[in-house]
Design a protein around this ligand. Structure first.
Ligand code: AMP
Length: 402
């Protein structure tokens, strides 16, 4: 954290990309809550905070006349909720880097908070534009990045802006610090046995993660749609299940690498299949290697659940990314919910559990067990890239000493 914040103006990139309903009311304020510790720290130390964030994708969802829907994507909808949470007035600059923002920032006093309008109203933001970043930097004395969810984007407000501040005047906020600390714990010093649970739709999205985890984990439990690419590659019959034919060779390579490294890469033994991709589909249980035509695997079966539970319960470190089935349909949510329960139970027994990735986060929230796991990441894509070992531009920009 930056030392001596008394009297300083801090430009703070947060992730306030919260869901709004059709009346522009916040339906889930988790992201605002997660940003509070860093904001409050700066205020308590005598600093003033200038908050900047994106909200949605306004330039991708333009009005029919090509203009930006400034009402729908405005951060002004967050102002009063934020004000309640911080127990103080929140000023708002509707022009982000325009004259209003400059005047308000100029007159900002210790303990005060200014919220800037959506950074993505400007195409310069996603382009990482240097002049736009310079204008943002002019508003403040220091820069804190606490937006882990966008740390994998080389945008002006997440990355370029950092170079305008001396290394001692820029840092991560507490949220990013925590995300990195826990991801590093899993990747670099896991207590063993270390079990990774990987689900989701496609192998192609998770290849790099599986490849890296084979070098780190003791067990890798596969679930979800990607199981069937592995099963087909091994000669199984998968009926109408999701498959990526162009990844079959790669699936075999991953299996071979796991064997060579003495890692258990486990494919679900049985499958609950549906006769359609629908929540009202008829369902039937199959041996995962003998799924009949007309049926598609939509969840893991009881035998797989039992085996996965045992391995999870005997683990000391657990990483979970991606649902084990189509958990959005209650009929096919069993495997995902059972795994959520096993992860929570293992955590109660002293294991460290990290839930990283968008859909496993919604699954754990849906299961009602979110307060029984060690850490739930706020960054879907960012966490995936960090776990894969890719450098995140937002992280690098803070750490660069040049
Ligand atoms: P991902 O974003 O790759 O983690 O994938 C998450 C999505 O995978 C969820 O929306 C699930 O419904 C979907 N999914 C999980 N299992 C299956 C399956 N067996 N068949 C099709 N889609 C699945």
């Amino acid at each position: 954290m930056i030392r001596n914040l008394q009297g300083k103006k801090v430009l703070m990139r947060v992730d306030f990309n919260v869901p709004l309903n059709s009346n522009n009311e916040i339906t889930d304020d988790t992201r605002i809550i997660k940003a509070l510790p860093t904001i409050l720290h700066v205020l308590h130390e005598g600093g003033a905070v200038i908050l900047l964030s994106h909200l949605g994708r306004p330039l991708k969802k333009l009005n029919s006349d090509g203009s930006i829907n400034k009402e729908k994507f405005s951060l002004k909808h967050l102002r009063f909720r934020l004000s309640d949470l911080l127990e103080r007035e929140v000023k708002f600059a509707d022009d982000t880097v325009g004259p209003n923002a400059f005047d308000l920032a100029n007159s900002l006093k210790s303990g005060e908070v200014l919220l800037l309008e959506n950074t993505r109203f400007f195409k310069e933001e996603s382009a990482g534009d240097i002049e736009f970043a310079a204008k943002l930097a002019k508003l403040a004395d220091c820069y804190i990045n606490d937006a882990f969810g966008t740390a994998h984007r080389a945008h002006a407000s997440t990355t370029t802006v950092a170079r305008f501040f001396e290394p001692e005047d820029r840092c991560f906020g507490y949220l990013i610090e925590k995300e990195i600390k826990y991801a590093d714990r899993v990747l670099h010093s896991p207590e063993r046995p270390f079990t990774a649970i990987l689900g989701g739709a496609k192998v192609s999205d998770k290849i790099q993660l599986i490849d890296r985890l084979i070098e780190i984990a003791n067990h890798i439990l596969i679930g979800g749609g990607m199981s069937y690419t592995f099963i087909k590659a091994m000669g199984g019959k998968i009926g109408n299940s999701l498959v990526e034919d162009e990844q079959l060779d790669l699936a075999l390579e991953l299996l071979a690498k796991a064997k060579e490294m003495n890692v258990d890469l486990i494919i679900p033994e049985d499958t609950i299949a549906g006769d359609a991709f629908s929540e009202n589909a008829e369902s039937q249980i199959f041996d995962s290697y003998r799924i009949e035509d007309g049926w598609m695997g939509l969840d893991i079966g009881e035998k797989a659940i039992e085996k996965y539970r045992q391995l999870i319960m005997s683990s000391r470190t657990i990483l979970w990314n991606g649902p084990l089935g189509v958990f959005e349909f209650p009929k096919f949510a069993n495997g995902t919910m059972a795994v959520a329960k096993a992860v929570a139970d293992a955590t109660s027994k002293g294991a460290f559990s990290l839930i990283g990735g968008g859909d496993s986060v919604s699954a754990i929230n849906k299961s009602g067990l979110s307060d029984r796991v060690s850490f739930i990441s706020t960054g879907g894509g960012a966490m995936l890239e960090y776990l894969e070992g890719k450098p995140l531009p937002g992280i690098k920009a803070i750490l660069d000493k040049s």
